[in-house]
Design a protein around this ligand. Sequence first.
Ligand SMILES: [Zn+2]
Length: 150
Amino acid sequence: MKWEPDSFAASMQGRASQGLPSFLTAVGRGLRNRCPVCGEAPVFQGFLRVVPECGHCGTPLGRLRADDAPPYFTILLVGHLLVPGVLWVEKVWEPAMWLHMAVWLPLFTILCTLVLRPVKGAVVGWMVTLGFTGEEHGPIPMPAPGRMDG
Ligand SMILES: [Zn+2]
């Protein structure tokens, strides 16, 4: 499937009729650092920078601004994963506060760093299925027509 602004926008409104992936497919591809639309090329160049456009289907992924959503979901996930452990350790062993800090803070940092990238990919995939086209940041440039002579 090749990305075209008009059919992409139309398919955003008409959903699956034009071959846009389902929510689960798009989010799953994003989690695995694959383009949510075609599943072939990577979403990221570097650690968290989204590619300007998919290297395979041309979807302008770089125009989709995930903003604060990935950190929000990352903190939500990692917090729910670790805070019960913090409370359980405190109740059972009552270690010194410095020991809590020495163990949990690096663990939170490492886990958040590992989780942030797949979560951001998933958010980009989710945005595709929600109908974001990036046009809220100005019109999408049309592919340059063939050079006209005369
Ligand atoms: Zn693609």
